[in-house]
Design a protein around this ligand. Structure first.
Ligand SMILES: Nc1ncnc2c1ncn2[C@@H]1O[C@H](COP(=O)(O)OP(=O)(O)O)[C@@H](O)[C@H]1O
Ligand SMILES: [Mg+2]
Length: 414
């Protein structure tokens, strides 16, 4: 049997990228802007497919349309200071600019005196850093001037290129810190809005968790107008079927049929959440490849599904559950038993729900617990002040734990 084509795992390119057409069209539109007025925020919960959409589809589109692309992951460290941000920007730029000739002698006579006259100075990281350190003023002014020079050089050395996309993943890690007087996010927004208003075609594509956009707007209110926000959702039924079936083009008909017979089940179980689709399909494929079960045998299918479901609980949910305190678990259990547990819910609903259990929560206590769950990445607060679970199908998992069954039941604790 051919190698397993499915790829569960952060940033693993899927065998077939399903759906996301609207998002790709929207990005194409942004690529046609002259001058650049709008940048892009691509947001959604973990595992929804932001990174692979950016890397597999948007990057290609940008290249085909004559844009340079620099991509980075924003680690936690990058959020700490403005200097980190500057180094990030210059490192990104360096991937192209290191080949650009920079004649420094007229513009910057000092500081390069040890360099012999005939030597060519390139606009590489070292040169840019030297300039950065010599320029007077605020970080944002200094980095702005360097990017302006970069744009001048780029027009000379790559006249057929339209501009540069700065594609930053996990951008929710960028944060201003007033207590240490560091505003990397503010600097980033100032620099790009100022350059764009001068007609420089450098565009930001920021990807991150749903906390990203509110953070941008908190830093600079004009961020609201600077970004087009696209929120990725689960794949719909047809897209999910494609994500399941398309990778099987090269396998024997019998296996394809087997997968097709499970297709609806997989959609019901995953609700179209891309990471889970890859997970289920990979397990199913391994199971088929390993044991070649007689699929006509009574009960065989149910047993396979049961096994995979248990493995997903082990691999995905148990570790998260283990990190919680008893009170956090109590609160999540109450949420899991709300009728709208998989959608938005309010503090009030949690308080009401808790009255039906032995662990009543006051609203201030519920709020406090929600904040601690937010810090652990299990809950998001959306723009309307309502809450959603940040981990898909966590509510079903919790109901399985409580009752051994993941369907909603009334008074199941009585
Ligand atoms: N459109 C899609 N079709 C099929 N699989 C997808 C799709 N988008 C994402 N995946 C799969 O889902 C998983 C998570 O994708 P990833 O891009 O890492 O999510 P995020 O960056 O939002 O956390 C990966 O295993 C990936 O292969
Ligand atoms: Mg990602």
């Amino acid at each position: 049997m051919a190698d397993n084509p499915y790829r569960p795992g952060a940033a693993h390119a899927p065998p077939y990228l399903a759906g996301r057409e609207a998002e790709q069209r929207e990005f194409s539109r942004l690529l046609k802007q002259t001058p650049v007025l709008e940048n892009l925020v691509l947001t959604g919960i973990r595992g929804i497919g932001k990174t692979v959409l950016m890397r597999e589809a948007l990057r290609k589109d940008a290249a085909e349309n004559g844009w340079l692309w620099v991509g980075s992951d924003i680690s936690e460290a990058a959020s700490v200071s403005e200097n980190h941000l500057v180094r990030r920007l210059l490192t990104d730029l360096n991937t192209f600019s290191a080949d650009w000739e920079y004649s420094s002698s007229e513009r910057y006579p000092l500081g390069f005196t040890e360099v012999a006259e005939h030597q060519t100075i390139h606009f590489d990281y070292q040169t840019m850093m030297t300039l950065f350190k010599r320029e007077p003023g605020l970080s944002s002014d200094k980095i702005k001037r360097i990017l302006l020079v970069a744009w001048e050089l780029m027009q000379k050395h790559m006249p057929d290129k339209k501009g540069i996309i700065f594609a930053w993943d996990e951008a929710q890690n960028l944060a201003d810190r007033s207590e240490v007087d560091q505003y990397p996010l503010g600097v980033l927004l100032d620099v790009f809005s100022s350059l764009q208003s001068q007609g420089v075609p450098f565009m930001l594509l920021l990807t991150g968790l749903p906390t990203l956009f509110p953070k941008l707007v908190d830093s600079r209110t004009y961020a609201e107008r600077m970004f087009r926000v696209m929120t990725l959702d689960n794949l719909n039924y047809d897209e999910s079927r494609e994500a399941i079936a398309k990778p099987l083009d090269k396998v024997p008909e019998q296996i394809k049929n087997f997968f097709n017979s499970f297709s609806d089940d997989i959609y019901d179980l995953t609700k179209g959440y891309p990471y889970f689709i890859q997970f289920w399909c990979r397990e199913l494929y391994d199971y088929l490849a390993g044991t070649r079960p007689d699929v006509d045998e009574d009960g065989a299918e149910a047993e396979v599904m049961e096994r995979i479901s248990r493995k997903l609980d082990m691999d995905f949910f148990e570790a998260r559950w283990a990190r919680l305190t008893d009170r956090q678990r109590d609160l999540l259990s109450i949420i899991a038993q709300l009728e709208n547990s998989s959608g938005e819910f309010t503090v009030q609903e949690i308080v009401e729900g808790s009255k039906r259990t032995e662990q009543a929560f006051s609203s201030s206590h519920a709020n406090q617990m929600l904040n601690s769950l937010f810090a652990k990445g299990l809950i998001f607060k959306n723009r309307h002040g309502k809450y959603v679970l940040a981990v898909p199908l966590l509510d079903q998992y919790i109901r399985r734990r409580i009752t051994g069954d993941d369907t909603h039941k009334e008074n199941d604790h009585d």
